[in-house]
Design a protein around this ligand. Structure first.
Ligand code: BDR
Ligand code: CA
Length: 318
């Protein structure tokens, strides 16, 4: 049975790559794409999702989601990472795109999860605003999803390792209140954060392979030109595979090792957006983690295996 996936996303060049990977996976049934502000404003990321849907013949409906965080003040989109149009400033043919699903993303998520009880995996690779809104309106969905896989967080396994501040990752600091709700809800969440996604790199040899692949593979090479340029500041020749690593988790979780424990998110102050998992073995006095449920954090990854899975999948697709 293929894994039914709702892909919650802010395309975003690495979001686009992850969407094309999931769409090409024979073991995945992509049942919905929900958008959320982040890498660009909500109009732009929704337009991009609809563009990708049409260009690559993706059946799944697109539902437009939240345009701002639950509480955090808006911040400018990262045009230095994803370009002004969110897709690396590629020229896009955007005339006569199909429209989105009439439902807002959080309602779309609620409906599908209720209709297909125990079957839906949500892969969330943007701000967690849509998921927090869905939980607020329909807390029952927590007991009905199969699992939630989040690309987000920086758990500091080897010291502070955020990408927006020393301790905060972009998807989490973009809506820290939503993230704290999603991690703090009794449903099965796995966080695939920067600790592991920065170990998976698409370098020159991988890009060469994609460049002689089908249309989806070639689109990834084209759309990541600026994204690769941005990565030069980290000394990376190529790009970190953030969103596709979270997508790979639902395809083959044996490529990851995880650690259990409650997760809290700092919502304000100098450490806003920091994600911290508590180790239950350490006898701390009562504190802010005690009421939170255990969740999983990816702590190690077979980086070559994840990259190979992505390359093989995209090489087999048109
Ligand atoms: C995350 O932030 C966005 O720029 C990427 O799409 C990814 O989801 C990485 O921190
Ligand atoms: Ca993203």
């Amino acid at each position: 049975m293929p894994t039914k996936v709702i892909f919650d996303t802010d395309p975003g060049v690495d979001d686009a790559a992850a969407l094309l990977f999931l769409n090409a996976c024979r073991t995945v049934d992509l049942v919905g794409i929900t958008t959320v502000f982040g890498n660009a404003d909500i109009d732009t990321v929704t337009r991009n999702a609809l563009y990708l849907k049409r260009r690559f013949g993706i059946d799944a409906p697109v539902a437009r989601g939240a345009g701002r965080a639950l509480e955090a003040e808006p911040s400018p989109p990262p045009v230095h990472v994803h370009g002004r149009n969110g897709l690396g400033d590629m020229l896009l043919e955007i005339e006569d795109l199909p429209g989105p699903d009439p439902r807002p993303a959080h309602r779309f998520i609620i409906d599908l999860v209720r209709q297909q009880e125990g079957q839906i995996s949500i892969v969330a690779v943007g701000r967690l605003t849509n998921l927090a809104m869905a939980l607020a309106e329909a807390p029952d969905i927590a007991g009905l999803v199969k699992e939630v896989v989040v690309m987000g967080g920086a758990f500091g396994l080897a010291g502070p390792n955020g990408n927006v501040t020393p301790v905060a990752e972009a998807n989490i600091i973009g809506d820290p209140h939503a993230a704290d709700i999603v991690f703090g809800t009794e449903w099965p969440v796995t966080a695939v954060g920067l600790d592991v996604t920065r170990q998976v790199v698409m370098g020159p040899a991988s890009l060469d392979r994609l460049a002689v692949g089908g249309e989806a593979a070639r689109f990834i090479v084209e759309s990541t030109r600026g994204y690769r340029h941005y990565h030069m500041r980290f000394g990376v020749d190529g790009f970190y595979v953030h969103d596709s690593s979270a997508a790979a988790f639902v395809v083959d979780r044996s490529l990851f090792q995880t650690r259990r424990g409650p997760i809290r998110v700092a919502t304000q102050g100098v450490a806003a957006g920091q994600t911290v998992q508590m180790d239950r073995m350490t006898p701390y006095p009562p504190g802010a983690w005690d009421a939170a449920p255990d969740q999983d954090v990816a702590v190690s990854v077979d980086a070559l295996g994840v990259r190979q899975l992505i390359l093989d999948t995209l090489s087999c697709s048109s």
